[in-house]
Each structure stands twice: as structure tokens, then as C-alpha cells.
Design a protein around this ligand. Structure first.
Ligand SMILES: [Cu+2]
Length: 478
């Protein structure tokens, strides 16, 4: 504390405004002009015409910021929660936050039943969330434990060019076994990302991605719940364990923080909480329209900065393009279990939901039995959508996940993939899964009898009457 406090006193504590800068440089120019005649205004003759001070310091420069000590969790900010993820640890050395990322091959579970060999940072995919405060100075060491050269790009962070992490442009790539250091100041609060910038198709595709959260130094308001979700997509052939980063269109594993439903941890909030969800997208090829049930929300930030309140509009679906972050906020005033999912329907499928012949509406009779004599384990798919897949556990290759979604008191959701559940409860002090929602009486859609419908003046379709009654009978007996 002692040495650095002394150093700090020598630094400017208030940045000059752009207007102050302009005024001071104009005074210089006018002064020079008066002293030595009109030629002094000619920039070629008078170097003072473009004084260095005329350019405001870049936002990442020490001179451009108010000098604060490193932001502390619990004091300067309420930490974010990365479902299924983690936050990167740091040490403080001479008022600098020191981080260490290790790029490496990892073994990662996408959902129960599917374990893949992908790449990540510090044994995780996505890498741990880097969480700092506006104005924090960081030193981030990046060690390359891979077989190939790599680098880390700090996506959408305004920093000195040489810290941008683009292998071949702003630095040589980090060779296998080497460590590079990145040192810079985070000038702006917001939601950002990091990822490899050497052969991005392969390296991002294999999982070298992560989230960055920069808290404001003096927040106007702190959310009660602050979630981080990073979107990704993979092509993993059923029965194999290595993603194919060369795939261009047919992705069969869609993930929030590296997990497909039912592997996704729910987002838990207490009734009345202000909820913030920061969503970033480092998929290879797809933008994802992320839809929330039960709420409308405001899009309050992009990775370019905060959106003025007057320019925010209500939404229930936010399109998060590749390479973008979108931050949404809402008041959790509607209790229940609410889906949060990509609205591209193929993105709520797991591996075994693709490439079937279209048998919708076709009764396959005993064709399965006949074909099974030729192909053991054969099963016709599609005649009832993915229903049979979800319930029957059809014979599947090892290490692959069927279309089983989130398990509830009503069965599984026949939708998985890029999907999770927002759970809003009267009492939910932490982020732990509070279990299934207890629906208040009279608020739950339910089965009715023919009689009840007729009492409500509905003419029951004649062709359906018999079946309806039979179902009632079955139900009664069951
Ligand atoms: Cu999608």
C-alpha cells in the first residue's frame, strides 16, 4: 500500500475534459500566432500547431482515468454468477490485478451422456469469467499448453494496439509451451468476451472462448442477480467425442456456457429482484434469438457501451449476433419456471434430432421389426416428432445425447440444446436450484371433460366425442 500510494499521488486524479484540452491547445496556437505572425498558424512551420496535448489521452491511458485502487468484490461490486462456469481468480500485486490463463485440451461434459475432448482455459469451456472493475489495471499471463500456437484477443475492450492479441498482426503467436503477458487498463464498464485470435475457426470452434465482465466504478444501480451466458455451437457426430470445427452449417450441439439442456443450470431469482443477464455469442456461424418466457425486458447494453434509457425499448427476444454481447434487464415480478432459449427451433435440439427421413403422419406398422432383422437396433424416427426419442431411449451410439430436455413433474421438455430455465421464487436466497415450481391452485392449465366444455357452451366436435370420452374413462380408471 505504501509505495503505491506515493506513486499514485504523483498521478493526475482528474482527467481533463475534451473541452478543457481544446481550450488549452487553442490558447497555445493563438499565442504562437500573435507572437510570430500568420505563418505561425501554418502547421508545417510551427510544430506547436499540433501539440501533443491537443489529442486527449486514449481511454486506456493512466492519464485518462480517475485513479482508484483495484475494485474489490462485495465492496465495489456484487459478483456475477456464471451458470455451469466459474470466475477467474487473481492476485493483487502493486495495485495490479494479476491473472493467469492456461490454454489447453480438456475433457468436458456437455450434458449427462456426452463427454467431449475440446479446448478451453484452466480446465474449463468456456474459460473462467474475467471479472474486474472499470479502471482496474490488469496483467494477464497466457500460457499455451496446446500443440499449436495461440493468442488471446480481448474482444471489444478499448486498449493499446499491442495488447489486442491478434497473432501475426499485433504480436507473434504464443508458441506451444510459451507464456505471454498482456497488461492494460479496462477503461469501460460492460459485458465483453475473450477468445483465441490464431486460426479462430479451429481454436474458437474447439472452445477457446470466455466472458469478461467489467463493473462500473460507481454504479447507478446494482442488480440483485447478475448472470453471464456465453453462446456456442458444435458439430459432434453421435458416437464421437471430438468437435468438428470445420463444419460450416450443420451444428448439432448448441450450448449456454458449454452446456446443452438438460445439462444447463437454472437461473435463479427471488421475487422482486432486479435481474441482469449478459449474453455473448462466440458461435461459429449462427446468431441466436434468445427468448425469455413470462417477461418483457430492456436491452440495456451492448459490448459497445450502455444504451441510454431513452433509447431502450421492450423486447421478449434478443438477437445476439456472432461476436456481439447483449445485456438484458428486468424486474423478476412473475413467479414460476420460465424457459430461456434460442428460438431457432433446430437450436433446441440435441445431437439425435437431425437427419431423419420425414415420417411425420406415416404409420410405420411393423416395418421396424422387419428392418431390425437386417439392421439390429433400427428404429424409424419422426412419425411422432421426437416424442419416442425422448421417452424410449432408442438404441444410440455411445457418448451421445437424445432429445431429452429438462425433467419436470410433467415429464421432460421435448426440447434441449440452447435452453435453460429462469426460476423465480418467493424465497430463493442463493443461486442453488430451488427445485420444481409449486403452481398455486387455479393457475395451472389442466385437462377438462366433455361435460365441462358443454357447460361452457362449446359444441364438441362429433368425431372427437367418442375418443374424448374414452380418454376420460381411461384417465378415471388410471
Ligand atoms: Cu440459436
Amino acid at each position: 500500500m505504501t509505495t503505491n500510494q506515493n506513486n499514485r499521488r504523483l498521478r493526475p486524479t482528474h482527467k481533463l475534459s475534451r473541452r478543457q484540452m481544446m481550450l488549452s491547445s487553442m490558447t497555445t496556437v493563438l499565442g504562437a500566432g500573435l507572437a510570430s505572425g500568420a505563418s505561425a498558424l501554418d502547421p508545417r512551420r510551427n510544430p506547436a500547431y499540433v501539440p501533443a496535448a491537443a489529442t486527449p489521452p486514449r481511454p486506456w491511458a493512466d492519464e485518462a482515468r480517475d485513479w482508484y485502487p483495484p475494485g474489490k468484490p462485495g465492496e465495489d461490486y456484487a459478483p456475477v454468477f456464471t451458470p455451469n462456469g466459474a470466475t477467474l481468480d487473481y492476485k493483487i500485486v502493486d495495485d495490479v490485478k494479476v491473472f493467469h490463463l492456461i490454454a489447453e485440451e480438456i475433457v468436458h461434459e456437455v450434458a449427462p451422456g456426452l463427454v467431449v475432448n475440446c479446448w478451453g482455459y484452466n480446465d474449463r469451456m468456456p474459460g473462467p469469467t474475467i471479472e474486474v472493475v472499470e479502471g482496474d489495471r490488469v496483467r494477464i499471463y497466457v500460457t499455451n499448453r496446446l500443440m499449436v500456437p495461440t493468442s488471446v484477443h480481448w474482444h471489444a475492450i478499448i486498449l493499446p494496439c499491442g495488447m489486442d492479441g491478434v497473432g501475426g498482426l499485433t504480436q507473434p503467436a504464443i508458441a506451444p509451451g510459451d507464456t505471454f503477458v498482456y497488461e492494460f487498463i479496462f477503461p469501460d464498464a460492460g459485458s465483453f468476451m475473450y477468445h483465441s485470435h490464431v486460426d479462430p475457426m479451429t481454436q474458437e470452434g474447439m472452445g477457446l472462448v470466455g466472458s469478461i465482465v467489467v463493473h462500473p466504478r460507481k454504479p447507478e444501480r446494482k442488480p440483485d442477480r447478475d448472470f453471464v451466458l456465453l453462446l456456442h455451437e458444435w458439430a459432434i457426430e453421435p458416437g464421437t467425442s471430438v468437435p468438428n470445427p470445420f463444419e460450416m452449417s450443420d451444428f448439432n450441439i448448441l450450448t449456454f456456457n458449454g452446456k446443452s439442456a438438460p445439462g444447463t443450470h437454472p437461473l435463479v431469482a427471488e421475487l422482486g429482484d432486479n435481474v441482469r443477464i449478459r449474453i455473448g455469442n462466440l458461435s461459429a456461424m449462427d446468431h441466436h434469438p434468445i427468448h425469455l418466457h413470462g417477461y418483457n425486458f430492456k436491452i440495456t447494453q451492448t459490448d459497445g457501451g450502455p444504451i441510454p434509457e431513452s433509447a431502450q425499448w421492450p423486447e421478449t427476444t434478443v438477437l445476439v449476433g456472432v461476436g456481439q454481447t447483449r445485456t438484458i434487464e428486468f424486474l423478476a415480478d412473475n413467479p414460476g419456471d420460465w424457459l430461456l432459449h434460442c428460438h431457432m427451433t433446430h437450436h433446441t435440439m440435441n445431437q439425435m434430432g437431425h437427419d431423419f427421413p420425414n415420417m411425420i403422419g406415416v404409420d410405420p406398422g411393423n416395418i421396424d421389426e422387419k428392418i431390425r432383422k437386417l439392421i439390429p437396433g433400427y428404429m424409424t424416427m419422426g412419425q411422432d416428432g421426437m416424442e419416442s426419442m425422448a421417452h424410449m431411449r432408442m438404441p444410440m451410439p455411445e457418448n451421445s445425447i437424445p432429445m431429452l430436455g429438462v425433467q419436470t413433474q410433467f415429464g421432460p421438455t421435448i426440447a434441449g440444446g440452447m435452453l435453460t430455465v429462469l426460476k423465480v421464487r418467493e424465497n430463493a436466497p442463493g443461486y442453488d436450484d430451488p427445485g420444481m415450481y409449486d403452481f398455486p391452485e387455479g393457475t395451472l392449465s389442466h385437462r377438462v371433460t366433455t361435460e365441462e366444455m358443454e357447460q361452457d357452451g362449446i359444441d364438441f366436435p362429433k368425431d372427437m366425442r367418442e375418443r374424448h370420452s374414452a380418454n376420460e374413462h381411461d384417465n378415471h380408471e388410471g
